[in-house]
Design a binder for this molecule. Structure first.
Ligand code: TRP
Length: 454
């Protein structure tokens, strides 16, 4: 029996704290850095359409399933399956989640490190007077370096570990509550500036006018991967956070608020970025550099651009931080509860291992840029394997677990807080987790990986 059976489990302190922490996990580089560039590479509007469809039909039920599993079991990602399905191989879903946490944080911390470099660039007014070509070169020469990006990645991992070490209420909840609202405000300001740029209409059309002829199987798989990534699904992050949510919280309400916040912020990031992309003549399929090149360009065109740039990159780093802690927490909670390590030791151990893996991701833009596996540099391989394979697969098993293993009875009891809430929509939820979500995920997955040609 593990010691967590005796000591009371840590939990979030308030309803707003729960939302802030979960939205803090969901809203991150995935929304502001990744969403615009993935949408850009996959044709814009049509991608957005499929993405929204996946959020509603798959994202919402998977999120509710994860929260319910975690809150019911009161355990980490692996322990939850062990407790709810003793003696069965279901715990392997949790194992896959912990593995995904390693891969994701290794490349996530690389990009998060870039945001720190850009805070310094903003602070020293390094964007002033530079056009798009200069900003492009500036970004390229920075990420292809060795020590600078590694230094920032290390610093970011230290910050992440420091908060995770402080625990749930005094670490994770305390910081996310203040910083998330600030981020929203900043993005609104950026949207306004971007849509008022001359030539912005083309950018908005790119984002909102779907051209379905551009929709490839690859784009559909990327939209699914992006939906999982952005909502922090499929990896046990929200199982772990669910285990810190009080028994009287209305899980459905939390799911809706968190998903809505996440989706709105991703779309707003698109609105901030695409008009500028077109106004400055940048290629929308530019890739991972998109925000780091276009936004400094917009800041140049703004009154007070110096301050906006500074605040923006600080908030981007913060958004990354509130997400990275949720990824690290998956591994740490596992080490604490299943291997009986102290929180401090667990955090250091997980942090060090992930940082080592992260070095390879960072260097894949520089000295390791020639090293490719399946035609991808290490950074892309980590991203592809986790976002497009492990997360959807994890999500598939999670809905199957609720829909077919645990079943309607226990699921209803958990989601309705033991009957205290009336759940008119419950049959719809069960239908989604039993049939629609598994079928859709499996189909997209098989088709997107090229295992099946229709
Ligand atoms: N959702 C976060 C973002 O958009 C990243 C993230 C946090 C994540 N936890 C996760 C992604 C768990 C996948 C799984 O930046």
């Amino acid at each position: 029996m593990s010691n967590s059976d005796f000591t009371p489990r840590e939990s979030f302190g308030s309803r707003f704290g729960i939302i802030a922490a979960a939205a803090g996990s969901a809203v991150g580089l995935g929304n502001i850095w990744k969403f615009p560039y993935v949408a850009g590479q996959n044709g814009g509007g049509a991608f957005l359409f499929v993405y929204l469809l996946f959020i509603i039909a798959i994202g919402l039920p998977v999120m509710l399933a994860e929260f319910s599993i975690g809150r019911r079991a009161q355990r980490n990602a692996i322990g939850s399956f062990k407790k709810l399905a003793p003696g069965s191989p279901w715990y392997l879903v949790g194992v896959m989640g912990v593995a995904a946490a390693f891969l994701i944080l290794s490349f996530y911390s690389a990009v998060a490190g870039w945001t720190l470099e850009y805070i310094i660039k903003a602070l020293t007014n390094a964007f002033a007077g530079r056009d798009e070509t200069d900003l492009n070169l500036m970004f390229g020469s920075f990420i292809s370096g060795t020590w600078r990006p590694l230094f920032w990645q290390l610093l970011f991992m230290v910050l992440t570990a420091w908060i995770v070490m402080a625990g749930i209420k005094k670490g994770i909840e305390k910081y996310t509550k203040v910083l998330m609202p600030l981020l929203v405000l900043m993005i609104v300001v950026l949207c306004i500036r971007s849509v008022t740029l001359p030539g912005s209409r083309e950018g908005l059309a790119f984002l909102f006018r779907p051209d379905f002829s551009k929709l490839t199987a690859d784009a559909v798989l990327s939209a699914l991967g992006q939906a999982f990534f952005s909502l922090s699904l499929g990896m046990g992050t929200l199982i772990t956070y669910g285990s810190y949510i009080g028994k009287n919280n209305n899980l459905t309400g939390t799911v809706i608020q968190v998903s809505a916040a996440d989706t709105i912020i991703a779309v707003m990031a698109g609105i901030a970025i695409f008009p500028a992309v077109f106004a400055f003549g940048i290629d929308p399929a530019e890739g991972p550099g998109l925000v780091f090149i276009t936004l400094p360009g917009i800041f140049q065109q703004m009154h007070g651009g110096y301050f906006f740039a500074l605040i923006f990159f600080i908030l981007l780093a913060v958004a990354a931080l509130t997400s990275s802690i949720s990824i690290l927490e998956v591994v740490v909670a596992y080490l604490i509860e299943e291997l009986n390590l102290a929180r401090r030791k667990a955090t250091i151990l997980a942090g060090v291992m992930i940082t080592i893996l992260g070095v390879f991701c960072t260097l894949s833009f520089g000295v390791l840029s020639e090293v490719t596996i399946f035609g991808m540099v290490i950074f892309d391989l980590m991203d592809f394997t986790s976002s497009n394979i492990l997360l959807p697969l994890g999500g598939l098993f999670i809905v199957l677990f609720i829909g077919w293993y645990l079943g309607a009875g226990p699921a209803r009891r958990e989601i309705s807080n033991d009957g205290a809430l009336r759940l008119g929509y419950f049959p719809v939820f069960m239908f989604l987790v039993k049939f629609i979500a598994p079928f859709a995920i499996a189909l997209v997955f098989i088709y997107g990986l090229g295992l099946l040609r229709i």
